[in-house]
Design a protein around this ligand. Structure first.
Ligand SMILES: Nc1ncnc2c1ncn2[C@@H]1O[C@H](COP(=O)(O)OP(=O)(O)OP(=O)(O)O)[C@@H](O)[C@H]1O
Ligand SMILES: [Mg+2]
Length: 303
């Protein structure tokens, strides 16, 4: 991918996040997100349950504009309500591309993505994106205070120190932030006068804190390489955070760290734009195919 392409993708991801934040002028008030969605949808409980059929990806193929080779080929997959899927596969397999199609940054060249019975193309874009939260590989590093970096996930909570500190603690950053001279008011980013920089892993945890504070009614959570900058020895802490973020919604997590795949309800293995294996970690290990190979290779490189 060229530099300018990668920039425009990053920008597009940013736009998804912004529109999600813009649309989130509602609060949870202690209800879980499905209660909230039920209230929003105006359906009674039975009707609401019946409408929650998950995501159905049907015969999907995709070619980027200005390109002539298909990046995703004939993808068929059903993601059940509340399911956590981990997408694995080698570099360039098409994982991020599939995630982008789920947010409707692009439309399929063939086939369709159906969410709770509706084609994504039939849903108003702003509405669709308000139902999705994204934490991505190129997660945002805002050159501003710790407080704002976290509260950009949920602006009505910007003065709620307790909520901000709780999100920071859950993301495993409490000790780092406590040590800073100006606490939540510390400026982050070397480009700012007096600003301090964080390590890659600390920035990533801050992005998690932002997502946690959002406590959003989002129904679909997409995480692209949430552990990319984390030390493999400490990343298991993040897994618990991921689990709590994913609770009560569909989560699609892209990861090269196969230890994370063990947490998933199901693992989907992509190779050259095609799904080659789908199943639980145990099923795929027993299958003795590509996932088994990747997992054994990775396990031995960590020892
Ligand atoms: N905007 C784009 N235009 C054209 N081709 C693209 C674009 N973005 C990605 N690609 C190509 O699509 C293919 C799949 O890329 P994608 O980013 O989906 O892979 P991935 O599985 O996420 O890889 P990685 O593990 O490295 O993140 C690659 O060959 C990539 O070069
Ligand atoms: Mg990727």
């Amino acid at each position: 991918m060229s530099h300018s392409q990668s920039k425009s993708v990053t920008k597009a991801w940013g736009e998804v996040k912004q529109s999600a934040v813009k649309n989130r002028n509602f609060q949870k008030n202690g209800k879980n997100s499905s209660d909230y969605q039920q209230a929003l949808s105006g359906l009674n409980a039975t009707e609401y349950q019946a409408s929650q059929t998950g995501i159905y990806i049907e015969n999907l193929s995709f070619t980027y504009p200005n390109s002539d080779s298909a990046i995703l080929k004939n993808i068929n997959l059903t993601i059940h309500p509340n399911e956590m899927i981990v997408l694995v596969g080698e570099n360039g397999a098409g994982k991020t591309t599939l995630a982008k199609l789920l947010c409707r940054l692009y439309d399929p060249s063939q086939g369709a993505i159906i969410w709770n019975g509706q084609d994504l193309r039939s849903l108003p874009l702003e509405d669709l994106r308000s139902r999705i939260d994204v934490v991505m590989q190129d997660y945002a590093r805002f050159p501003t205070t710790v407080r704002e970096n976290v509260a950009f996930g949920n602006l009505p909570k910007i003065q709620d120190d307790e909520a901000i500190r709780e999100a920071i603690a859950e993301a495993g950053l409490a000790r780092v932030i406590e040590k800073l001279d100006h606490g939540l008011e510390t400026l982050l980013g070397k480009q700012l006068e007096g600003g301090i920089d964080l390590s890659g892993g600390q920035w990533q945890r801050l992005a998690m804190a932002r997502a946690l504070l959002r406590l959003s009614p989002a129904e679909l959570l997409i995480l692209d390489e949430p552990t990319a900058n984390l030390d493999p020895k400490t990343e298991h802490e993040i897994y618990n955070i991921l689990r709590s973020l994913a609770k009560g919604r569909i989560a699609v997590v892209v990861s090269h760290r196969l230890a994370l795949a063990k947490l998933a309800d199901r693992v989907v293995v992509l190779e050259h734009g095609q799904i080659i294996e789908v199943g639980t970690h145990d099923e795929l290990i027993a299958l003795g195919g590509q996932y088994h190979l990747m997992f054994t290779r990775q396990a031995s490189s960590y020892n």
